[in-house]
Design a protein around this ligand. Structure first.
Ligand code: GLN
Length: 483
């Protein structure tokens, strides 16, 4: 039962092969049995799950239908869930029960999805390895000595290990696509503004975007359908109609123009990944796509720009965690300054503290122009590169990551080494573009992802290309041994 995709579950429920309650019980038992190896969940919501499953079964019995009605999912632990701990992977919020549901959570619940729990993540979504969580590192089900990627590593490890079919995640600089690549999943970061950020605890507000992590493009289409849409509570949410993402999956790729940036194949890319990317290009050519070499000349500046802008926004966003209004408060503060200092010093881990310091520095008088303003100018150049490229091609293709998943602890002493791993993903966030990662093969038994980027609001196109690719390849069907 646990091998079923969301699409298969929807068919099984519609055909009355099993009930949502039965399926939910099977998956909850599987999580209890297998998750101690992975640490992919921070909280299990068993009572809520069973209640939602029964309600979904009753709705189906009353003639209702829907791809998500009775479908088990989990939420990354930065989506607020009413009355349930929403920790953001931090000691700071270990005692925080959200007073309301995030829009994404409410929408999926209304569609009948069943919440099994809240997944582990890098603290405040800062990281690429899921090692900065206060609840401990998450392990990669493909090799328990390796990281699953971050910051949505809990969602990724859980779905890859078949603990559940799909989960929500967020992507500020790659945190949906990179863990998807590291765990053999399909993950989509939507256009900025496509999915509401209301109730999604902010890391870097101009970059953060929620999206689906699942095994197939078909399932990402189903989950995105339930997440996307205008929300008047989020002033950056876009009032554009949501297309039927499942309806366009079957479109032909004949004549599709795919751009491959020459900058992507630099010395930093593992040659074995380069080869797998070339194979995926050949596969898409067989399906009728036309390949064109393009250039993204400002790509080299993207990492430094991102690692100024994201910490700057984080330093501002995280100022609300002051020991007064939310979360951790130190014991017996002497005065207000002592309360701030010790509550924040005790509540935040080292990576979060580093980012707050970098961000506050970049925004300070005298340094603002040199760092923050300069980074914003680079951001515009990165966007202009994409706009020029999309005049010539429909989709941009390349690797999701320069290397496969590294060993736990391998980059802990050198944060910049981890930042450099984001080279292929962060440009989409700087420009606000949609991007998808899908399985493209294996290196030393570890999964490799191919990334597709598209113009604004072309999520349907990304899912269509990925679905056609998955109809003709079987990488996405591989299951990690032991799961
Ligand atoms: N690795 C990037 C960072 O640490 C991206 C994280 C994310 O997308 N949430 O900022």
């Amino acid at each position: 039962m646990h091998q079923m995709t969301l699409a298969e579950i929807a068919r099984g429920l519609a055909d009355k092969k099993f009930s949502s309650e039965e399926l939910t019980k099977v998956l909850l038992a599987r999580i209890t049995q297998l998750d101690p190896q992975l640490n992919s969940f921070i909280s299990l919501t068993e009572a809520l799950a069973l209640e939602q499953a029964k309600a979904a079964d009753a709705r189906r019995a009353n003639g209702e239908s829907g791809a998500l009605l009775g479908a088990p999912i989990a939420h990354k632990d930065l989506f607020c869930t009413q009355g349930i701990r929403t920790s953001c992977g931090s000691k700071m919020l270990d005692n925080f029960k959200a007073p309301y549901d995030a829009t994404v959570v409410a929408k999926l619940a209304a569609a009948g999805a069943v919440t099994l729990g809240k997944t582990n993540m890098d603290e405040f979504a800062m990281g690429s390895a899921n090692e900065s969580s206060w609840y401990g590192a998450v392990k990669n089900p493909w090799n328990l000595e390796h990281v699953p990627g971050g910051s949505s590593g809990g969602s990724a490890a859980a779905v890859a290990a078949r603990l559940l079919p799909a989960a929500t995640a967020t992507d500020t600089g790659g945190s949906i696509r990179q863990p998807a690549a590291f765990t053999n999943l399909t993950g989509l970061k939507p256009t900025y503004g496509r999915v509401s950020r209301w109730g999604m605890i902010a890391y870097a507000s101009s970059l953060d975007q929620g999206g689906p992590l699942a095994r197939t493009a078909e399932d990402c289409a189903i989950l995105l359908q339930g997440m996307a849409g205008f929300d008047q509570n989020d002033s950056t949410s876009i009032d554009e109609p949501v297309p039927d993402y499942s309806a366009s999956l079957g479109e032909s790729l004949q004549g599709l123009r795919i751009g491959v940036p020459k900058e992507y194949f630099s010395a930093g890319l593992d040659p074995r990944i380069a080869e797998l990317i070339q194979n995926s290009i050949k596969e898409l050519q067989k399906l009728g796509a036309v390949i064109k070499e393009i250039s993204l000349p400002n790509m080299q500046h993207a990492i430094p720009a991102y690692y100024v802008i994201a910490p700057a926004e984080a330093s501002s966003n995280l100022s609300r965690f002051d020991g007064v209004r939310f979360g951790h408060r130190c014991e017996q503060p002497k005065d207000l300054i002592d309360l701030y200092k010790r509550s924040r010093g005790e509540g935040f881990g080292p990576e979060v503290q580093r980012r707050i310091m970098v961000g506050a520095y970049a925004l300070s008088a005298g340094y603002y122009d040199a760092y923050y303003l300069k980074a914003q100018k680079i951001r515009r150049l990165v966007k202009n590169d994409f706009m020029a490229a999309f005049n010539e091609v429909d989709i941009i293709l390349g690797p999701t990551t320069p290397n496969p998943a590294w060993k736990l602890g391998a980059k802990n002493s050198d944060p910049v080494a981890a930042y450099l791993e984001d080279v292929y993903t962060i440009t989409a966030n700087l420009a606000g573009l949609p991007g998808l990662s899908m399985p493209a093969g294996f290196v030393d038994g570890l999964p490799v992802g191919v990334q597709l980027l598209a113009p604004y609001f072309q999520e349907g196109r990304l899912l269509n290309v990925a679905h056609q690719y998955q109809l003709n390849t079987d990488w996405h069907t591989r299951t990690p041994t032991g799961f």
